[in-house]
Design a protein around this ligand. Structure first.
Ligand code: IVH
Length: 654
């Protein structure tokens, strides 16, 4: 049997080969780091290091097909610390040996290290780190990166270190343009692009290089004495430097800078995986020197991973309020940013196929803004990996399914699952907000009390509920009073509660704000709805379709007659609006506005709109090429304004 050390070395080397050489990681950084740390500990404890241990080298090997470049100054990687305590100890060690020092803090960019060699003011060579001593010459690839100056004012020889990154926005844009070549992760996308023998591929990825260091500076006097001066030097020479650069000589304040960087992390357009703390003074750096592998003058404070990988065990299909079946990934439990995750979202079957996600494969999961993380791609397939197959019947009612290009629907209008999720949605937070009506409770009400619509909730009496299992007096009372309280509801919440397909909280609010009353929303034409911000044709059609449906209208009428009273949206509908009491006619073409949008704006500002100029008309808004209506208004002496003036009035009134 192999001992643990040999096992770890073999595993890490295999993972590293996938990661560094093939740019095709099979585990997340977090898992790799954990095994690496375990190996380092073991090597320390047993005081031996195997010949092929990854701890002997700082990076991976050089790929065939690239020329080699011998770095003039060795490229080190950084020692890590993971807690405030470790960081303070690191600072204390330096301060007690050399006196209180000044420390700088920068983002630790998560990309691919690049070493840029300039001579006579021209970019001579760009190289990857390789093993820190020799790297791969990627000059042709890096030349395509627009943030790397091809010439600089400084004429001496120098090597500049930085990180090649792909911005999140660049990755999104790339994926939108190249749906057949989806990139999973910004770091791997940047690394893959630099290590590609075709510089056109590199160019297409829209990479960035951010530089933070200048090492070798040839013969003669060093042009800087501190990290601050290095950053200034780099800026002066036209480079991009880390967006965050702060300095302090107070050890506690260093911790504060790290926390500040951590807080900024989510909002950045690129990945950072920590903060780098460096002593500012370069002479002190010289005195501190290096260990076997790391400089003693800098340390990386690593943050928790926001991404990890785990095995997809199965896909469950959940029927939603609209009948659409949503896939839900059931995962081998994994730690992600401090929580155990066992479920993740998957959008739909074509997305699953496009990303080639299979059951029993290792997949990447990433924390998103939602509570539930998303699967971003595949890390590795195994022999027992199998494709995700679509369901052949509704998982709730066993009924027939309808497949369109992207989605799968249960077509049974009386499907138990659909009805339950519709009612649970009505009762949920942000909708009618009926406390105590979880999906579970709604199931009980469906099964035992024949509750079939949201209106039925308002017919429930305490004495109906008390006989049910688990419904003590208090619980029954609470539910009935929560139902009662929900009668007083904001129009926007009511619209959202109705569960119109494609209408979320934001769009519901917009409908309420622009049309003001339920009656107006019910009557709005598809074009009028489509003209609102955030509404496309699809959403407009589903709103119109919903209010054309006799069953839906019947439920709404029932809700109203049972006492549900959506409050008209009063904010923009105020009588003091700029067009209050005025009849406004639109004529000609408006350049930046759709006709229906302009109408909605006028109505929201208290005005009425009409199609023709009559004695009642108070104001005409004239766009391009306005014809006879404008003429008529002029003759009648009616006030006329142009599009710009109209927009200005609306803006000032908001
Ligand atoms: S300084 C001798 N500063 O993190 C000190 N490194 O393990 C050299 N990195 O591969 C590193 N952002 O490429 C430094 N602001 C930053 C950095 C940074 C990212 C990378 C670096 C290296 C790794 C350290």
């Amino acid at each position: 049997m192999k001992d643990r050390m040999a096992e770890l070395v073999e595993l890490l080397n295999e993972y590293a080969r996938h990661y560094y050489v093939l740019d095709n990681p099979v585990v997340s950084d977090k898992e790799y780091d954990a095994l690496y740390d375990e190996l380092s500990e073991l090597e320390k404890r047993e005081n031996r290091v195997l010949a092929d241990s990854p701890t002997r080298r700082v990076g991976g090997g050089v790929l065939k097909g690239f020329k080699k470049y011998a770095h003039k100054g060795r490229l080190f990687s950084l020692d890590k610390c993971r807690s405030e305590d470790e960081l303070l100890k690191w600072i204390e060690k330096i301060n007690s040996a050399f006196g209180a020092a000044r420390y700088t803090a920068e983002y630790k960019l998560d990309g691919l290290t690049v070493n840029l060699f300039y001579k006579d003011g021209l970019l001579e060579t760009a190289a990857t780190r390789g093993d820190g001593i020799t790297g791969e010459d990627v000059t042709a690839q890096i030349t395509t990166v627009k943030t790397v100056p091809l010439s600089i004012p400084y004429k001496g020889e120098c090597e500049i270190q930085g990180e090649v990154i792909m911005r999140k926005s660049a990755l999104r844009a790339y994926n939108e343009k190249n749906p057949e070549d989806l990139l999973k992760n910004e770091r791997n996308a940047a690394a893959g692009a630099v290590r590609n023998l075709d510089p056109k591929v590199t160019a297409s990825r829209n990479l960035d290089v951010v530089v933070y260091g200048a090492g070798y500076t040839g013969e003669g006097a060093r042009p800087f004495d501190t990290q601050t001066q290095i950053i200034d030097f780099l800026k002066r020479n036209g480079f991009r430097t880390p967006d965050y650069f702060e300095m302090t000589d107070d050890p506690q304040a260093v911790v504060g800078l790290v926390r500040e960087i951590e807080a900024a992390r989510d909002g950045l357009d690129y990945l950072i995986d920590g903060a780098v703390i460096k002593t500012d003074d370069l002479d002190l750096r010289g005195r501190l020197g290096y260990t076997e592998k790391f400089p003693r003058f800098a340390v990386a404070y690593k943050f928790d991973a926001l991404e990890t990988s785990t095995v997809l065990k199965r896909v469950e299909w959940q029927v939603s309020r609209t009948g659409k079946l949503n896939p839900l990934a059931v995962l081998e439990p994994a730690e992600l940013n401090g929580a155990t995750v066992s479920r993740a979202t998957l959008s739909n079957l074509s997305e699953i196929k496009r990303k080639d996600i299979r059951i029993n494969s290792r997949v990447f999961i990433r924390r998103s803004n939602d509570v539930i993380p998303e699967i971003t791609g595949v890390a590795e397939h195994f022999a027992d990996s199998v494709e995700v197959s679509p369901p052949d019947k509704c998982p709730s009612c066993g009924g027939m399914l309808k497949f369109d290009a992207v989605f799968i629907y249960c077509v049974n209008t009386s499907c138990r699952g659909v009805i339950i999720s519709r009612i649970a949605h009505y009762a949920s937070r942000g909708a009618a907000d009926i406390a105590g009506l979880s999906e579970r409770t709604v199931e009980t009400l469906y099964d035992k009390l024949n509750v079939r619509t949201s209106a039925d909730l308002y017919r429930l009496k305490i004495e109906d509920l008390t006989p049910l299992d688990g419904f003590r007096d208090k619980r029954a009372e609470n539910i009935v009073s929560a139902v009662e309280a929900s009668k007083n509801i904001e129009l926007a919440d009511f619209i959202y509660a109705l569960g119109v397909e494609n209408v979320g909280k934001k769009t519901a609010r917009e409908l309420a704000a622009n049309f003001g009353t339920l009656e107006r929303i019910k009557k709005a034409s598809e074009a009028e709805i489509a003209a609102l911000n955030d509404f496309g044709g699809v959403t407009a059609a589903s709103v119109r379709g919903f209010f054309n449906d006799a069953d839906n209208l019947k439920i709404i009428d029932e809700l109203l007659s049972l006492g549900v009273c959506p409050k008209d949206f009063a904010v923009k509908q105020k009588s003091g609006g700029i067009f209050s009491g005025k009849t406004v006619v639109l004529t000609g073409a408006l350049s930046g506005l759709k006709r229906a949008e302009a109408k909605a704006m006028i109505e929201a500002a208290g005005g009425e709109t009409a199609d023709s100029v009559t004695a009642k008309t108070n104001l005409v808004i004239a766009g391009e090429d306005a014809g006879s209506k404008l003429e008529k208004a002029r003759k009648a002496g009616i006030e006329i304004i142009g599009e710009d003036e109209f927009k200005r009035m609306i803006k000032e009134n908001q």
